[in-house]
Write a protein that binds this ligand. Structure first.
Ligand code: CTP
Ligand code: MG
Length: 233
């Protein structure tokens, strides 16, 4: 089994405040967010070729961000206007390399760990075509509108989806191509495209640390967490 990696990092990070530049190039613990993300996969022994999907304006930012890393196995490709388009560009690039399977990961999730990658790859090895890392929802859920609660929603059987969502490469590439051909552009993750295409999706336990940096505060907190970890006891 050869596992290619697609890291999508072509977004603009509007919710994190774009004045400081796209969030994947902001520094946490002394390195760019994308450098942490990339390093997690470079350090994982089962990772095959790695494709990072970047915005055409970010070529220099990317080079600068990963300059300290051993990037022989890493190539870049230009992303699109939506995450879905960026993923498809990455899948097409990884399909031209040596890969039978693929992990699709958000560049904005720098805390992905090897134990999680091992849990996912074990399911791919066992023959699952689609694997979703997810955590059961623990908060009480409310449906509301205009600042008022309508009802409490049962959290029974509800999961919060993470990445890397992982697949047999031919399966997800075909599903993504079909979605694009049918102008279905409303998918927010890759497993939902697999579900739409009728592919069964296995769930593995996600990692509580594997958060997506979305708003400015997430980046500040990530930086504080890494800085605290670096201090001697
Ligand atoms: N992404 C991408 N191409 C896009 C949009 C998003 O590669 N056209 C990537 C982002 O770089 C990020 C991941 O998809 O690593 C998850 O998306 P999100 O957290 O929404 O990031 P942004 O789209 O950059 O942020 P925002 O939605 O706040 O603008
Ligand atoms: Mg977005």
């Amino acid at each position: 089994m050869d596992i290619g990696i697609v890291i999508v990092a072509a977004g603009r990070g509007e919710r994190a405040g774009s004045a400081e530049g796209p969030k994947q190039y902001r520094r946490i613990g002394g390195s760019a967010v994308i450098a942490h993300t990339l390093k997690a996969f470079l350090d994982w022994s089962k990772a095959g070729p790695i494709v990072v999907v970047i915005h055409p304006d970010d070529k220099l930012l990317f080079e600068e961000a990963v300059s300290g890393l051993a990037t022989e196995r890493v190539s870049t490709v230009t992303g699109g206007a939506t995450r879905q388009q960026s993923v498809l560009a990455g899948l097409q690039a990884v399909a031209a390399l040596d890969a039978t399977h693929v992990m699709i990961h958000d560049g904005a999730r720098p805390f992905v760990d090897r134990a999680l990658l091992d849990r996912i790859s074990a399911r791919l090895e066992a023959g699952d075509d689609a694997v979703l890392p997810a955590l059961p929802v623990t908060d009480t859920l409310k449906r509301g509108t205009e600042g008022r609660v309508i009802e409490t929603v049962s959290r029974e059987g509800l999961y919060a989806a993470q990445t890397p969502q992982s697949f047999r490469l031919a399966t997800i590439l075909e599903a993504h191509r079909r979605a694009a051909a049918e102008s279905r552009s409303d998918f927010t993750d890759d497993c939902s495209i697999a579900e739409w295409a009728g592919v069964p999706v296995a769930i593995v336990e996600g990692s509580p640390d594997n958060v997506k940096l979305t708003v400015r505060r997430d980046i500040t907190m990530a930086d504080e967490r890494l800085s605290a970890a670096a201090l001697p006891d």
